[in-house]
Design a protein around this ligand. Structure first.
Ligand code: GRF
Length: 193
């Protein structure tokens, strides 16, 4: 029985697509659906191209949780991966999937995390702070933004002439390089034995 993972994305979905393509040759892990909070997010186009059903729900429906939980159960989802998802995960969803939701954040948590810290906002804050390093953090999701236990981090240099845009490119490269393998290791660990 394949391990079924739901991807949540609010925007472009390049991480979601990268993850799906990585596992396309690995039958043990499948991605039956993509869920978003933005009906016009480009991730829906990517889903259509890859032949994967995608759905969009309102912030209110995410806060309530029941409609989304029903859909996840219908698809027999085992695990949820937030790949560029900007809403906080509500308690009903956390209770329905305890320790089964992970997120990727484009900075080295606990620094540069929390509400409002996403996309270019993060890279601008890192550059403005004069940091010499940034990177990615993959962590379990809990009831607070970006505060669940850290699973993995990868680091890139921030050079004096780096801009938020050039830093974003380095961080995206780390995301595409590491996120699929980290997901694979988590699934292997949780399905072993
Ligand atoms: C990525 O930078 C990710 O770290 C953050 O949101 C962005 C998503 O980009 N959580 P994309 O939608 O996967 O292209």
């Amino acid at each position: 029985m394949a391990y079924k993972i739901a991807l949540f994305a609010s925007g472009s979905g390049s991480n979601a697509e990268n993850i799906i393509r990585y596992f396309s040759e690995k039958p043990g892990i499948v991605f039956p659906l993509i869920i978003s909070n933005k009906p016009d997010a480009f991730v829906h186009e990517r889903a259509k191209t890859m032949g994967i059903p995608s759905f969009s729900f309102s912030k209110k429906e995410f806060d309530e949780g029941d409609k989304i939980i029903r859909l996840l159960k219908e698809y027999k989802i085992n695990f949820i991966v937030l790949a560029g998802f900007l809403l906080k995960i509500s308690s009903p969803l956390l209770e329905a999937f305890p320790n089964k939701i992970i997120n990727i954040h484009p900075a080295l948590l606990p620094k540069f995390g929390g509400k409002g810290m996403y996309g270019q906002h993060v890279h601008r804050a890192v550059v403005n702070a004069g940091e010499t390093q940034s990177g990615i953090t993959i962590h379990y999701v809990n009831e607070k933004y970006d505060e669940g236990s850290i699973i993995f981090q990868a680091i890139c240099e921030v050079l004096p002439d780096d801009t938020p845009e050039s830093l974003a490119e380095k961080v995206h490269a780390l995301e595409y390089l590491h996120f699929p393998g980290v997901i694979e290791n988590i699934v292997k660990a949780s399905t072993k034995g």
